[in-house]
Structures are given as structure tokens and as C-alpha cells.
Design a protein around this ligand. Structure first.
Ligand code: KIV
Ligand code: ZN
Length: 511
């Protein structure tokens, strides 16, 4: 059996299915480049039939990624597969991932198909996908609640039809580790042609077992794991890439395989995904949480100082901690700025956009003397919003806040190229600002979440604000960064408003 564990990242597809985590084409390209730098084997870039925007995002990722294989998702339907094949045309190496549900409840209630029809559709889909690429993955959706006999039947048939990877999803996160491992073992043993395909797993975290189930599957012969950065994904999320990779890497005494991942890139990818989606990483999150390598108790600290291994099983620097060095400063020129951006995978489409970003960089460097990669990522998001010519733009903001007085914000916005101004009171400077913006835009959205974090250390750090807005069941998130957190709040709110003001007609792959 192979000693290589293939890492299939689905942050851009399943991760994006979390309400509020949708990403623009440019954001997807930035994340894809960061995954490529991390040496992820396969990047699932999206579900091209979902909308024109989704198609273009997969196409854009396929066109820029050269080292990782780029994958697109398709239901077992002709149009889905053709659209996926089309979107992947520019890829150096491509994969089509097609799926159909196999559990009794899904076949009966969702698909309204008989098991025979499901097998027929699966075989047809795999054959059609093979017209576009010789790398085809098949998933029996809800395999975790499917009958093993039926799984054996359909998987044998799709291997004969040309599937090269069989992905076993625990779609609703129902399985327990020993049970899921046993399922993989049984499938590999019982399917006569199982040696012709790689077994993969895709676990959801509804019971907090996605990583445990995936690792149990690896111990039973799975050689691909589907996962996401920070465990982003539908409902409670998917298996977290960083946890899978570091568990296998750290416990080489147990696992007979390892990944090709450059683990030092993990933290940067985690921060990028969290910054773009607004899904903040909890401090005690394994590997990438702020406390993951912090020692508070005096006894622990003493132990670690005497010998690191008394309380640490991994080295912080191996996953990218402690590398937060200053990269640029007040005196850095345009070339140094451009070079560092390129090193972290950011390339502006035009010189004009680069100039806008450089001007903002200089403004930031005047306020904050040390500029880190995280500042650059936030600055890029800001510049993209600025040059995108969005419907709502912040022209100016003035806030008066004084002890004993009611804060008042005076906000001028450009809305559809018309300048509008209002002065509004609020319970605090942020409240006054957001109320003023809402008074001008009249979006009728509900603010579901507001949070502020500092991007780097120190009181001169940029504050990064995340907001989540809801309207008619649709949820969007917005981010904004600035050394002034009231301005950052206004930017984040406007960023979310610009998203919610664009109507979307987007299909969900599993509904
Ligand atoms: O969870 C799931 O079953 C999926 C499939 C599309 C693989 O995401
Ligand atoms: Zn999934």
C-alpha cells in the first residue's frame, strides 16, 4: 500500500458552503495560491454549475495553479459534468469529482430514485467525466448511513466505469471512529477491484469526530483525506486539514504513511482563510489557535524551559508560529512592496491597482511602523474593495465620543455614485457609525455578529472587524481593517452590505 497520504483540500467548495463564508473569485485565487504553497495535492475549487460566478472562480483557479491538481464538483448529471469539464480546461492537472446519494433516506426522500437507477446514473456520470480527464473521483453521498452491500455494488461498478478515486463521505457526521474505520476496511476487502482505486474519506464534524473518523479511516487503508483549513464547512464543518496533517506527521510511530505538506505554511493559510471568510479561529483551536502553543501555568513553563518535550509534542515553528517577522516598513519602496506581495502569492491585475495598494501601504506605514504579512493581506482586501467600484463606498467618517455624552457619527457615503450624508447618535461610536450607514443605505438587514480582533500585536496594530448580516435567510460576512477600529467597523459593514445588495442565484450541490 502507498506510503503517501493525499491531501485534498475542499475549503473553496465545502468550506464555502458554510452560511456567510462565500468568497469572491479573487479571494478564492488567493487561498488557492496559499494551498499550493503548502503543497496541497488537490484543490477542490468549487461547483461550476452553481452559477456563472462559481464557474469563473473555478476557471480562474484552474488557470493559475500549476503545482496542485485542481478539482471541480459535479452532481451525477450531464450538465454538471460538462460545466465542470469546461471550467477545468486551463488546468495543468484536473479532476472531476462526481457524486450521488446512496443512503436509503437520501435515495427515497431526496432523489426519489431506486437503487438500480442510482447505480446507472453513477456509472453514466463517471464515464462522461472521463471524456474530460482521466482523473475521476466518485462519492456515494451519505455513505456513512448507506448499506455496505449497496456501497460495494455501486463502487465496483464505478471503478469499472473509470473512477480512480472512491471518496467515502460521512455527510452528516454520524459515524464513530471504530465504525468508520471498519467501513473502509470492509469496502477495501469486499470490492473485487478495490485495488484499482484510491480510497478517500470526507468527514463532517457534527459530533466533533471528523478528524478522528478520518484518521481511523487512514489506519484502515484510506490514502486520501478531504479536509478544509480551520475545519470550515457545512454546519459543524469538515475535518481540519491542519489537525489531520499534524496528527499523521507527529505520530509516525502509528501511521504507515505521511503527507507532502509544507507544514510551515499552515498558520499563514489559516489566517488567510479566517481573514477572508470572517470565521474567527477560537483561541484553544488545535495547531492554529492563539493558545495552541502558549503555556500559562508556572509548572508547565518551567518544564518547557528545561526540556521542550516535557509538555510539547510539536514545535510551534513547524506549523508557522514565531515567524511573524516585520517584512516591510515606512521606507520600503514600491519594488520591495511588489516583491513581498508576489512572495505571498498576490499579484495585482493592473499597475493602477498596485499603485492604489502602494499608496494605502504608505499611509499605513506612517501610522504603524512595522508591516507584517497579515497587514499586507488585509491591505489587499481593502484595495480590492476600493478598486472594485462597488455600489456603496465610504467617503468620510467623523465620530464624536466623550465621557458623559452620547456619541454621534457623521457619515458620508457614495451610493450608486451619489453622495449622501447623515449624522446619527448611538450607544457607542461603533453603534452610531453603523446606524448612520444603515440610515443611508436602508438595507433592512439584521446584524448577526460583530467582532474585533487585532491583526498583529500591540496597540498600534490594525483592528480587523468581522460582521455578519442576514436578510431573508441569506447570510453574508464582511471584513474591514484599519488602525482605527471605528473606521474598520464601517469598512466591514459596507463590505457586507455590498455583498448583500448583489442578488444571487446559486445552486447548492446537495439540496
Ligand atoms: O459531505 C458530502 O457528502 C459532500 C459530497 C459532495 C462529497 O460534500
Ligand atoms: Zn461535505
Amino acid at each position: 500500500m502507498s506510503d503517501k497520504l493525499i491531501i485534498f483540500d475542499t475549503t473553496l467548495r465545502d468550506g464555502e458552503q458554510s452560511p456567510g463564508a462565500s468568497m469572491t473569485k479573487d479571494e478564492k485565487v488567493r487561498i488557492a495560491k496559499s494551498l499550493e504553497r503548502m503543497r496541497v495535492d488537490i484543490i477542490e475549487a468549487g461547483f461550476p454549475i452553481a452559477s456563472v460566478g462559481d464557474f469563473e472562480a473555478v476557471q480562474a483557479v484552474a488557470n493559475v495553479i500549476t503545482e496542485s491538481r485542481v478539482c471541480a464538483l459535479a452532481r451525477a448529471l450531464d450538465n454538471d459534468i460538462d460545466r465542470a469539464g469546461e471550467a477545468l480546461k486551463g488546468a495543468n492537472a484536473s479532476r472531476i469529482h462526481t457524486f450521488i446519494a446512496t443512503s436509503p433516506i437520501h435515495m427515497e426522500m431526496k432523489l426519489r430514485m431506486s437503487p438500480d437507477q442510482v447505480v446507472e446514473n453513477a456509472v453514466k456520470a463517471v464515464k462522461r467525466a472521463r471524456r474530460y480527464t482521466d482523473d475521476v473521483e466518485f462519492s456515494p453521498e451519505d455513505a456513512g448511513r448507506s448499506e455496505t452491500d449497496f456501497l460495494c455494488r455501486i463502487l465496483e461498478a464505478v471503478i469499472d466505469a473509470g473512477a480512480t478515486t472512491l471518496n467515502i463521505p460521512d455527510t452528516v457526521g454520524y459515524n464513530l471512529p471504530h465504525q468508520f474505520g471498519q467501513l473502509i476496511y470492509n469496502l477495501r476487502e469486499r470490492i473485487p477491484n478495490s485495488d484499482k482505486a484510491i480510497f478517500s474519506v470526507h468527514c463532517h464534524n457534527d459530533l466533533g469526530l471528523a478528524v478522528a473518523n478520518s484518521l481511523s479511516a487512514v489506519l484502515n487503508g484510506a490514502r486520501q483525506v478531504e479536509c478544509t483549513i480551520n475545519g470550515l464547512g457545512e454546519r459543524a464543518g469538515n475535518a481540519a486539514l491542519e489537525e489531520i496533517v499534524m496528527a499523521v506527521h507527529t505520530r509516525q510511530d502509528i501511521f504507515s504513511c505521511d503527507t507532502n505538506i509544507d507544514t510551515t505554511q499552515i498558520l499563514a493559510a489559516s489566517r488567510l482563510v479566517s481573514g477572508i471568510t470572517g470565521f474567527v479561529v477560537q483561541p484553544n483551536k488545535a495547531i492554529v489557535g492563539a493558545n495552541a502553543f502558549a503555556h500559562e501555568s508556572g509548572i508547565h513553563q518551567d518544564g518547557v524551559l528545561k526540556n521542550r518535550e516535557t509538555y510539547e509534542i510539536m514545535r510551534a515553528e513547524d506549523v508557522g508560529w514565531n515567524t511573524n517577522r516585520m517584512v516591510l516598513g515606512k521606507h520600503s519602496g514600491r519594488n520591495a512592496f511588489r516583491t513581498r506581495l508576489e512572495e505571498i502569492g498576490i499579484k495585482f491585475e493592473s499597475e493602477t491597482d498596485l499603485n492604489v495598494a502602494f499608496r494605502r501601504f504608505k499611509e499605513l506605514a506612517d501610522k504603524k511602523h512595522e508591516i507584517f504579512d497579515e497587514d499586507l493581506q488585509a491591505l489587499v482586501s481593502d484595495t480590492v474593495a476600493l478598486v472594485a467600484n462597488e455600489r456603496v463606498r465610504l467617503i468620510s467618517l467623523k465620530v464624536c465620543s466623550e465621557t458623559g455624552e452620547t456619541p454621534v457619527a457623521s457619515v458620508t457615503l457614495s451610493i450608486d455614485d451619489e453622495e449622501k450624508q447623515v449624522e446619527t447618535a448611538g450607544s457607542g461610536p461603533v453603534d452610531a457609525t453603523l446606524r448612520a450607514i444603515e440610515e443611508l443605505v436602508q438595507s433592512k438587514t439584521e446584524l448577526q455578529l460583530y467582532s474585533v480582533n487585532n491583526i498583529t500585536r500591540g496597540t498600534d496594530s490594525q483592528g480587523e472587524v468581522n460582521v455578519r448580516l442576514e436578510k431573508g435567510g441569506r447570510i453574508v460576512s464582511g471584513q474591514g481593517a484599519d488602525t482605527d477600529i471605528v473606521i474598520a467597523s464601517a469598512k466591514a459593514y459596507i463590505n457586507a452590505l455590498n455583498k448583500i445588495l448583489v442578488p444571487v442565484d446559486r445552486a447548492h450541490p446537495q439540496v
